[in-house]
Design a protein around this ligand. Structure first.
Ligand code: CP
Ligand code: NVA
Length: 306
């Protein structure tokens, strides 16, 4: 494994699958009470510059289950919020801790943190990417469908951090990927360049119906991400029609799964009916954040033989 997990573009398909295999094993160990305290004595600093429920709780709990300790640093209450350079924060935390999980705005902040840190850095969401979430999503799809390669993944909505990471993760695992975004809300150019050049099956559509045909899993996410609250009204107009509802599900493959990273806005990107019909899959996905992130920490921070 590499030193850090900053974005799925940095990983090979084999590395992604190794994380998923490890996550499956760690889930089995946890469910069966098999000890897996590989990170005894290790500490993870968790920097949050945006809100979180799942990421914070799953990383903190996961670190505890691995025998280590996680500590929460809010941007606002630490010196980061008073402008201490990320380069200095990186070097200071490297003197105390074994890893840093960071949730922030710019991907460049995470890349700089990793450059200056001698310890492992894990991206817990930026405006560009949400790699830990997508590892959990891929794990959940594989659990339910017993494979990834050859399945069709469809994302409906904003070309945001989730779309970017799903496109890369899905294609690297051999899935066909179709994304429907309104004009002006496309995924990142680097992601589109990868998607169009990787030799996989990728389609950027303008209508949800086109993307959903024969899908094995449909994913969606909020229309306005954290940091975009002021664009809410404009976005509601732009994304009208980009909703996962029964009519859209009828176009997909029978048995098509639904995944949502949460929090969900019922009546916007997904109807309450579709959400509740697929609630078991969606909360499996939320649970798998724990197992997928334990796998990432185990492989990155566990040293030789992890
Ligand atoms: N899906 C996700 O990352 O949830 P949180 O924002 O609650 O961490
Ligand atoms: N796209 C969303 C994902 C939240 C988990 C956001 O960035 O707010």
């Amino acid at each position: 494994m590499k030193k850090d997990l900053l974005k799925l573009l940095d990983l090979t398909g084999e590395e992604i699958l190794k994380i998923l295999d490890t996550a499956d094993q760690l889930k089995f160990s946890q469910k069966h009470g098999i000890p897996h305290d590989k990170l005894k004595g290790k500490t993870l600093a968790m920097i949050f510059e945006k809100n979180s429920t799942r990421t914070r709780v799953s990383f903190e709990t996961g670190m505890y289950q691995l025998g280590g300790h996680a500590l929460f640093l809010s941007g606002k209450e630490s010196q980061i919020g008073r402008g201490e350079p990320i380069e200095d924060t990186a070097r200071v935390l490297s003197r105390y801790c074994d890893g840093i999980m960071i949730r922030t705005f710019g991907q460049d902040e995470v890349e700089t943190l990793a450059k200056y840190a001698s310890i492992h850095v894990i991206n817990g969401l930026t405006d560009f990417a949400h790699p830990c979430q997508v590892l959990a999503d891929l794990m959940t799809v594989r659990e339910h469908k017993a494979k990834l390669a050859g399945l069709k993944l469809c994302f409906i909505g904003d070309g945001n951090n989730m779309a970017n990471s799903l496109i890369v993760g899905g294609l690297k695992c051999g899935m066909d990927v179709a994304v429907a975004c309104p004009e002006g809300y496309d995924p990142d150019e680097k992601v589109l360049a990868f998607a169009n050049g990787c030799g996989g099956n990728f389609k950027l559509c303008r209508t949800p119906a086109e993307a959903a045909v024969d899908a094995d899993v449909i994913l969606t996410d909020v229309w306005a991400s954290m940091g975009q609250e002021e664009e809410k009204a404009v976005r509601e107009k732009a994304f009208a029609g980009y909703q996962v509802n029964d009519a859209l599900m009828a176009l997909a493959h029978p048995g098509c799964m639904v995944q949502h990273c949460l929090p969900a806005h019922r009546g916007e990107e997904i109807t309450a009916e579709v959400f509740e019909a697929h609630a078991d899959e969606i909360f499996d996905e939320a649970e798998n954040r724990l197992h997928a992130q334990k796998a990432v920490m185990y492989l990155l921070m566990g040293g030789e033989g992890a």
